[in-house]
Ligand binder design. Structure first.
Ligand code: HEC
Length: 136
């Protein structure tokens, strides 16, 4: 009996592993700390930095030039009308503000086209709004 159970779990693990390996969207271009957050809050199921999945590529989100604060708000209250042709994203209210800010700053950093007036050096963007202490 024990053996059968063992085999069952082994094949279940295998199935999961091969599913992972078959995912057409690599996660190798996600920094480890962001990968951890995206996994924890399941963003990774639908988003990649440079590839459309269920949701838009973060690099495409970055092109919209939201502020950090705006992205944080969109994580909590998505506006599906921003992305015609995509299913609506569910509000991700379980993400603590601190982590939402980290994700938002990273998402914004993925815009490869430097906008006039947006200096590459000032990566903090509108830094002051960043540390508002309204913890959700
Ligand atoms: C179940 C799939 C799914 C998950 C999980 C998910 N998203 Fe999305 N996301 C989408 C889709 C689809 C869109 C486009 C439609 C929309 O905005 O409602 C989107 C849009 C976005 C946008 C663009 C908002 C805008 O209005 O331009 C951001 C930013 C974003 N997601 C961040 C995240 C973050 C961060 C997480 C994890 C905390 C996350 N998403 C989890 C599917 C998902």
């Amino acid at each position: 009996m024990k053996k059968i159970v063992g085999i069952f779990f082994a094949s279940a693990a295998l199935a999961v592993a091969s599913f992972d390996a078959n995912a057409q969207a690599p996660t190798s271009d996600i920094p480890a700390d962001m990968n951890a957050l995206m996994s924890k809050y399941t963003c990774i199921a639908c988003h990649r930095p440079n590839q459309r999945l269920v949701g838009p590529a973060y690099s495409d989100v970055a092109k919209k030039k939201y502020s950090t604060e705006e992205i944080v708000n969109l994580i909590y209250n998505p506006i599906p009308a921003h992305w015609p042709g995509y299913p609506p994203m569910a509000p991700m209210k379980q993400v603590p503000k601190e982590d939402a800010v980290k994700l938002a700053v990273w998402i914004n950093s993925l815009d490869s086209t430097p906008a006039p007036g947006k200096k590459a050096g000032s990566s903090k963007g509108k830094g002051k709004s960043k540390s508002k202490s309204s913890k959700a």
